[in-house]
Design a protein around this ligand. Sequence first.
Ligand code: ZN
Length: 148
Amino acid sequence: MDSTGLVEEKKLCRNCNEEGTKVKTITVKHMVIGSLLPTVTDADYYLCTNGKCDIAYYSSESDLQIKKEQVKVPIWFKEDANPKYICYCNRVTEAHIINAVRNEGAKNMKDIIKLTSAMKNGKCEVNHPTGKCCSPIIQEVINNALGI
Ligand SMILES: [Zn+2]
């Protein structure tokens, strides 16, 4: 570690200069299209969380940048993601959740799980672009749909 700030800078997406969120290598390996797989080495990877940026993942240790088109699934917060999956394990979209709240009376996470099968048999580490459980994002969509 040094005190020049270089370590911090490496966490920034080289395309948009915004700070990404760290993801596991195993997640990146499952997300990229097959032809890119050999380029994904065991390094530190970040997911660019800027919706307007075309980069999905980048490495802080190499020049590797993976574009959103080089990822097998649309990344839900990227501008033109279609469909917008929220629960990737069960392919539940933002529209499914909003519909369940507005038209099927869902009020909370339990209702959504029952109505959409979200979060069933989750393997988030290899199915979700962040590698993490989608439950906080589901909650956010519920809140928005309820107007909270
Ligand atoms: Zn970016």
